[in-house]
Design a protein around this ligand. Structure first.
Ligand code: NAG
Ligand code: NAG
Ligand code: NAG
Ligand code: NAG
Ligand code: NAG
Ligand code: NAG
Ligand code: NAG
Length: 829
């Protein structure tokens, strides 16, 4: 299954020789300029509109020309063309010494009218109109970039006027021009954003610069960055300044292979392929300028065929940059989160195949678009979600699973169906992951993706992964990381990309990892407060915490109108609500520290959203597994045994619990009740008790109450109930014991009462006068002695069970007697 799918946008069939079409340029408005040879070897220039799928004939030369570069202005009134007049051989043989080798023309084409010569020189020239505002189509001003092989770039200003339905150039003399860059050895045009990147060599290093062109006719140098790439090419190398299909493949592949890619989120990468010393290795390096490091990858090739091109092609997919070597590998490099290698997809074999791109003459003129210059076809490139899912399902290694999960959750973002498939995969394949917890990863990544697009910079404060580090290896690839100096930006009040890049650079300066929210403090605080005694739970601080929790739950209520398939959120849960409230408080503190300018109200909202989304995700997992295993609501019918489906869900719930406690993350109220309910139905008694004793299953009031009430007192049930009652914490046992009217229970209560009384006695140490003897119906000496002693304490005003009047020394005495009589087989009257 191939992960990258190509959708053909334009294809020119080069097999019918006479009509071969060649793409020469792709303009910002998705219009593609192409050339072909007509009858009598005329050279035609045409325009294809990707949106309307219409073709338009622009111009024709009555000669057989080799078009080098061509651009049309936004209004389609001017055409700039640069072509080679003669080859070197022709020049010598035809004695054309006085005629320049190359010619650059500016042609009025609305309608076809005058032609002006811009350059007639022996060095090659490329042309490119600026498109400062997309969709503007009635401007009278055009600007044209002219790039010379002699290592300079200049800009021409051209004014046109409409005269008798003809659009003509106004300047009669020289066109005004300005120098944009000098001494460059490499340049790349970013058409969508109207930026020029170029490199100026400086001894052994190089400087990358960027010029931004603005709609108001101005431009300025905005970025400077040092690269440790020594470029000793003598020839100027151009990227995305049109496509010259005649360029010698051999020369092209030997020259500097370097490209700059930007992402919408403010990522800026320089990709270059490096010479390798060993024949069966490929090396390429990515400078993550927005992160402050470069990574150099070395890939060992499985099969090496000497005739194969040994140079990677780079493609921009926004979130990923693809490094592709046909027949060998496809490396989708994550540029948003490049720190851990396991969040990039390294594909080989069938997964890496792209049928239509078998050769490496690939350019990436637009984001998610590739042009095969050699064949003359342009394709839209995308990652296939179904292939990704298959990749996940067939994955053998944790690195593959992490990469696929990350791509599915953060690149595809919140796609209901994909999310469901992933939950299914997790529920079935939990135990195949060794180095990470897929439930934690799912929850953290999904939360990040739900929260981060909303507020700028939140992405730096919330974790995107549950992993703190990853030390695994990816077979076949080695990677070396080096810190590099950060680029210098000079911009004022820029919005969009430059602002985002700037904020990325700021957070690198502030040591980014420390900005991510972490649950260490939360865990400490939660433990501390959980152990607090009942009386202290009423402080203003705690009231506030529980108020937070209430807000989260009511916020959640407003989302989930769907009927509640899974019986969650139907009870209070002190522990979980405490944790929710604490999480709200701590996350709020964390965001307040780093997002001061956002405002308290907005932060409150973000934090509520975050915690509510977290609970919602757990609920989402529960809903999907509930559906998948077709569970019913009869989870609390304790007289039946659970099905295999219930057993599977019980197991998944145990893993959710583990994941949650690992991250100190709250669970929906009712989770423990449901878990215990399934445990009672599915587990044999000794296993159930073991789970309770080890703290996996929590005894909740709802579940224990139901169990004591609903189950009749067969011998087996009595055993179960007694084992549970034995394990109840004191506070809970007071609440639920009323549900079970049974001698064992009474006996148990009596014993507990004595214990408590004696404990209180130990605390008191008073010596009040001996009280009146109780009237005791039966003489039973040890018991009389004990009851006397207890009565004495009781008389001092000690009543452990204030609300239950009938539990007193008398009750203890009677129960003890009853129990003893029963034990002795006597009848008690
Ligand atoms: C540009 O032209 C199109 C039609 O060709 C028209 O719909 C649109 O309004 C024009 N835009 C401007 C800014 O004039
Ligand atoms: C272009 O069109 C816009 C509105 O469509 C108009 O306001 C503007 O004046 C026009 N500009 C020129 C140069 O005709
Ligand atoms: C360029 O570098 C290569 C090796 O890095 C070297 O062999 C070659 O001589 C250099 N060329 C120039 C012109 O410096
Ligand atoms: C790749 O290029 C080679 C030579 O450059 C050519 O022979 C071969 O047919 C091309 N393959 C494809 C699939 O285009
Ligand atoms: C779980 O993994 C196995 C093997 O890796 C795979 O065949 C299966 O489809 C996966 N389950 C789901 C629901 O994706
Ligand atoms: C990466 O950066 C380091 C530090 O600046 C430098 O030494 C190294 O040559 C760079 N790697 C490549 C491939 O340019
Ligand atoms: C636990 O809480 C108490 C009071 O709320 C506080 O005094 C104490 O410092 C806390 N301990 C820890 C370890 O946070």
């Amino acid at each position: 299954m191939k992960i990258l799918c190509l959708l053909i946008l334009i294809f020119s069939d080069t097999s019918g020789k006479s009509s071969a079409l060649y793409v020469v340029n792709v303009e910002r408005n998705s219009k593609i300029i192409y050339t072909w040879k007509g009858n009598e070897r005329n050279t035609h220039i045409g325009l294809y509109d990707l949106q309307t799928k219409q073709n338009e004939h622009l111009y024709m030369f009555e000669r057989d020309l080799h078009i080098i570069s061509c651009s049309v202005n936004n209004e389609r009134t001017l055409l700039a063309v640069s072509f080679r007049q003669y080859t070197e051989e022709e020049r010598v043989s035809r004695l054309l010494q006085s005629v320049s080798k190359y010619l650059t023309l500016l042609i009025e084409i609305h309608p076809i009218n005058n032609v002006r010569v811009l350059k007639a020189v022996d060095s090659c020239v490329q042309v490119q109109f600026l498109y400062p505002v997309e969709g503007r189509n009635n401007s009278t001003e055009s600007r044209l970039l002219l790039v010379s092989e002699d290592k300079y770039i200049e800009q021409f200003d051209i004014h046109v006027a409409e005269e008798e339905h003809k659009v003509v150039i106004q300047n009669s003399g020289q066109l005004p021009r300005a120098r944009v860059a000098d001494d460059l050895i490499w340049a790349q045009w970013d058409m969508m954003e109207q930026r020029l990147f170029y490199i100026v060599p400086k001894e052994s290093r190089s400087t990358l610069k960027c010029v931004q062109f603005y709609p108001d006719e101005s431009f300025n140098s905005i970025l400077e960055s040092h690269l440790d790439i020594s470029v000793n090419d003598t020839q100027l190398k151009l990227v995305n300044f049109g496509y010259d299909h005649c360029q010698d493949q051999d020369v092209a592949s030997k020259s500097l292979n370097l490209q700059v890619f930007t992402s919408k989120a403010g990522g800026l990468c320089v990709c270059c392929s490096l010479a390798s010393d060993t024949p069966d290795e490929i090396r390429y390096s990515i400078y993550f300028l927005h992160k402050g490091y470069n990574k150099t990858f070395t890939v060992s090739l499985e099969r090496t065929e000497s005739h194969q091109l040994k140079e990677v092609a780079f493609m921009n997919l926004d979130y990923y940059v693809a490094a592709y070597l046909p027949g060998q590998f496809l490396h989708l490099l994550n540029i948003e989160h490049p720190d851990l290698l396991c969040y990039s997809l390294f594909l080989t074999g069938e997964d890496a195949r792209i049928d239509m791109l078998q050769n490496c003459s690939i350019q990436s003129p637009l984001m998610s678009t590739v042009l095969d210059c050699h064949v003359g076809s342009m394709y839209a490139v995308s990652i296939s979600d179904s292939a990704l899912l298959q990749f996940l399902q067939n994955s053998k290694q944790d690195s593959e699973r992490l990469a696929a999960l990350h791509c599915a959750l953060l690149y595809f973002r919140h796609t209901e169906d994909l999310e469901m498939q992933i939950i299914w995969w997790i529920s079935e394949n939990l135990s195949t992951c060794h180095s990470f917890d897929p439930i934690q990863e799912f929850i953290i990544a999904s939360l990040y993706c739900r929260m981060c697009p909303e507020t700028h910079n939140l992405d730096k404060l919330l974790p995107y992964t549950s992993l703190l580090d990853w030390i695994g290896i990816i077979p076949g690839v080695t990677c070396a990381t080096d810190i590099i100096s950060l680029p210098v930006l000079e911009f004022q009040n820029s919005k969009g990309f430059w602002e985002k890049l700037n904020s990325n650079l700021e957070s690198v300066k502030y040591a980014e990892p420390h900005l991510h929210y972490h649950s260490n403090v939360l865990r400490r605080e939660w433990r501390n407060l959980s152990e607090e005694r009942e009386e202290r739970r009423t402080t203003a601080y705690l009231r506030n915490i529980f108020e937070n929790a209430k807000k989260v739950l009511s916020h959640l209520d407003t989302w989930d109108s769907e009927e509640r398939l899974v019986p969650l959120f139907q009870e209070e849960d002190y522990q979980q609500q405490l944790l929710m409230g604490l999480m709200v408080a701590q996350l709020k503190d964390h965001l307040m520290r780093h997002l001061q300018y956002v405002g308290k109200k907005k932060i409150d909202q973000i934090v509520l959203d975050y915690v509510a989304n977290l609970l919602n995700l757990v609920h989402r997992i529960m809903k999907e597994v509930w559906r998948r295993y077709q569970l019913h609501s009869c989870i609390f019918c304790f007289d039946e045994r659970g099905s295999t489906g219930e057993f599977a869900v019980f197991h998944i719930m145990s893993r959710i619990l583990e994941a949650a406690s690992g991250m100190c993350m709250p669970l929906p109220p009712g989770f423990h009740t449901l878990h215990l309910g399934l445990g009672v139905r599915c587990l044999p008694l000794h296993t159930l008790l073991h789970y309770i004793d080890t703290g996996v299953l929590h005894l909740t009031e709802t579940c224990v109450g139901k169990l004591l009430k609903d189950l009749d007192d067969t011998e087996k049930n009595e055993k179960l109930k007694f084992s549970i009652v034995m394990r109840l914490p004191e506070a809970l046992s007071q609440k639920v014991r009323q549900y079970w009217n049974h001698p064992i229970n009474a006996n148990f209560i009596a014993r507990k009462y004595v214990k408590l009384l004696l404990e209180k006695l130990g605390n008191r140490q008073s010596s009040s006068p001996i009280p009146e003897r109780l009237s005791v119906p039966v003489e039973f000496l040890p018991l009389n002695y004990l009851t006397n002693m207890l009565a004495e304490i009781e008389n001092q005003g000690v009543h452990p069970y204030e609300k239950q009047d009938h539990v007193n020394v008398r009750f203890v005495e009677e129960t003890a007697l009853k129990h003893t009589m029963t034990f002795l087989g006597l009848k008690y009257s």
